[in-house]
Design a protein around this ligand. Structure first.
Ligand SMILES: *[C@@H]1O[C@H](CO)[C@@H](O)[C@H](O)[C@H]1NC(C)=O
Ligand SMILES: *[C@@H]1O[C@H](CO)[C@@H](O)[C@H](O)[C@H]1NC(C)=O
Ligand SMILES: *[C@@H]1O[C@H](CO)[C@@H](O)[C@H](O)[C@H]1NC(C)=O
Ligand SMILES: *[C@@H]1O[C@H](CO)[C@@H](O)[C@H](O)[C@H]1NC(C)=O
Ligand SMILES: *[C@@H]1O[C@H](CO)[C@@H](O)[C@H](O)[C@H]1NC(C)=O
Ligand SMILES: *[C@@H]1O[C@H](CO)[C@@H](O)[C@H](O)[C@H]1NC(C)=O
Length: 501
């Protein structure tokens, strides 16, 4: 049970669920091919931008012969609102891409499009290396540690820095202030970018950025305790049914006809080979629903109604108390997998095993070691986390061992308040407490310029989404504060810029 619980989360961490494109970018491709890749937005995209490719350096940190190789890094640009006048160019808002296709992040970061007109800002979304179409070795990028070795957060931050400098030069916008934005892992990158490259970005909005989910800064049980709290807050019965269902599931694995019965109950497309795929399928439904417990209908990882945790618990509570627990939890999970009402059957085994080696899996096995375990009080089966076991697993998969303390060495995190109140400025850490990642985020103000904007009912970077008519007041207020603080950064920059010149 133990090992699976943890590696499972990493495999599906945040949102690796959506498909990534398979366009292959060889390291060197000719200029003509480059041109043909410059395309405008695809038909499915909700947000307006132009897609471009930047010849990016493969290895920013060594001077070996192969370090100067390049790959094509995708970025999206929208200049509809930009004040590009000769004297007072408006600010540049950059989204620091995370583990996925950048167009998908642009579509889910409506906040930038909402505020661009007011700030007369240029919008740029930069894809993270090794994701989407920015794969340095094309189809072979995930093949082995030889290629994946170039996938690190430090390389990604350096990519952003190099690209931003080039872009500003090309646009004759050297004086324009840059503000970086990001959500989730992208939020971590935004915050770290401000700390590492203060000469390039004047500030960062880091939404749902669990930069404290490393070492033992945050209790290892906090993530799953937070998921459990969401369900318990919705209904105690709901929490107890889910908590009790895992044993029932395991019990079936020892019964003769157990898997057949389970396959029927869970309406699987194929007969289940083990109860573990059912367990993982349920597990991810609960974790992701807690993460995206948004106050409005949304389609982030899956289409879901407003406040989906409450909806799931309503389904569970709607059954007679004596009804089969597995039927109850199956029905609840169906809300996550079948809100669109289009699923004929559920492909459980494929849903949990199909991903193979992914970029995030590699990151989790190298730098991004976030220890997590389940306490006795959580609604998941109790588990522990063991560095050695985790490392052995990574060794088997990739032939490398994690450096579990590298992130806190490189970016800090321990005693963050004492450190950052004396060093660093202009970072907003925004969080919603319904989001289990909030436990590893910065939830307290550090100084007058490194602030935490925390909402009790918020979920995973809900503030970065497009504004909608149904937005509750707490969300409107959170975004208003964010705009106000960003405006202050720009005003201060303007003032000092005028003074120093
Ligand atoms: C200050 O920043 C704003 C963007 O908010 C810009 O429109 C304005 O031109 C800048 N003012 C000066 C004096 O540069
Ligand atoms: C800036 O212009 C140079 C020369 O045309 C080009 O190679 C580079 O890709 C451009 N930078 C960006 C960020 O597009
Ligand atoms: C999905 O929902 C539709 C509509 O309620 C239903 O007909 C279908 O059976 C559901 N699929 C599964 C696999 O339960
Ligand atoms: C998983 O689903 C994909 C299509 O969504 C299919 O091509 C593939 O064969 C399935 N894999 C298994 C193991 O069933
Ligand atoms: C959890 O429960 C088990 C079995 O009841 C017990 O041995 C263990 O000490 C408990 N762990 C914690 C952290 O309370
Ligand atoms: C941090 O300070 C800001 C004001 O700058 C305030 O709006 C916010 O509520 C504070 N955050 C916390 C967690 O106290």
């Amino acid at each position: 049970m133990k090992e699976m619980a943890v590696s499972f989360l990493f495999l599906f961490f945040f949102f690796t669920v959506f498909a990534t494109t398979t366009v292959s970018n060889p390291i060197f491709f000719p200029a003509s091919a480059h041109q043909s890749l410059i395309q405008s937005k695809g038909p499915k995209s909700k947000t307006p931008y132009k897609a471009l490719f930047f010849p990016q350096i493969l290895d920013h940190f060594t001077f070996l012969p192969q370090s100067s190789n390049i790959f094509y890094q995708k970025y999206l640009i929208n200049s509809d609102y930009w004040d590009s006048g000769p004297h007072h160019k408006g600010p540049i808002f950059i989204y620091t891409g995370n583990e996925g296709n950048i167009e998908w992040f642009a579509d889910n970061t409506g906040f930038l499009f909402d505020i661009a007109p007011k700030f007369r800002a240029l919008l740029v979304f930069i894809e993270h290396r090794f994701y989407g179409e920015s794969k340095p070795f094309g189809k072979d990028s995930y093949k082995s540690a030889k290629t994946l070795g170039y996938l690190t957060s430090q390389q990604a931050l350096a990519d952003f820095a190099v690209l931003i400098r080039s872009l500003k030069q090309n646009l004759s916008a050297e004086a324009s202030p840059v503000v970086v934005f990001g959500g989730s892992y992208g939020g971590m990158l935004a915050a770290w970018f401000r700390l590492k490259y203060p000469h390039i970005a004047i500030g960062a909005l880091a939404s749902s950025a669990p930069i404290l989910q490393f070492d033992d800064i945050t209790p290892w049980t906090s993530f799953y305790d937070a998921v459990s709290k969401d369900f318990k807050d919705a209904s105690k019965n709901c929490y107890e049914v889910i908590k009790g269902s895992w044993d029932d599931l395991l019990a079936l694995s020892t019964q003769k006809e157990g898997l057949v019965e389970l396959s029927r109950t869970f309406r699987t497309c194929r007969d289940l080979q083990s109860v573990y795929s059912a367990r993982d399928w349920l597990w991810s439904a609960f974790v992701y629903t807690a993460m995206v417990d948004y106050p409005m209908e949304a389609n982030f990882m899956m289409p879901l109604p407003a406040y989906p945790v409450q909806q799931m618990c309503r389904i569970i509570d709607g059954f007679p108390p004596k009804a089969n627990k597995l039927t109850k939890v199956f029905s609840a999970a169906s809300l996550y997998y079948n809100y669109s009402q289009t699923e004929k059957c559920f492909d459980l085994e494929n849903a949990t095993n199909a991903h193979g080696l992914s970029g995030w899996d590699w990151q989790a096995c190298t730098e991004m070691v976030m220890p997590m375990s389940c306490s006795n009080e959580s609604m998941f089966p109790p588990s522990t986390f063991d560095y050695k076991e985790f490392g052995d697993d990574c060794m088997k998969k990739y032939g490398v061992r994690p450096k579990p303390h590298w992130i806190t060495t490189e970016f800090g995190g321990n005693r963050i308040k004492q450190v950052l109140k004396r060093f660093g400025s202009n970072i907003i850490f925004s969080s919603g407490l319904r989001d289990p990642w909030s436990r590893g985020s910065v939830l307290k103000n550090i100084s007058s310029t490194i602030v935490a904007l925390v909402t009790e009912k918020g979920a995973h970077h809900v503030d970065l989404r497009f504004a909608s008519k149904k937005d509750p007041n707490w969300l409107i207020e959170q975004r208003r504060k964010e705009e106000e603080i960003i405006q202050r950064w720009i005003d201060e920059y303007n003032a000092s810029f005028l003074m120093d010149n």
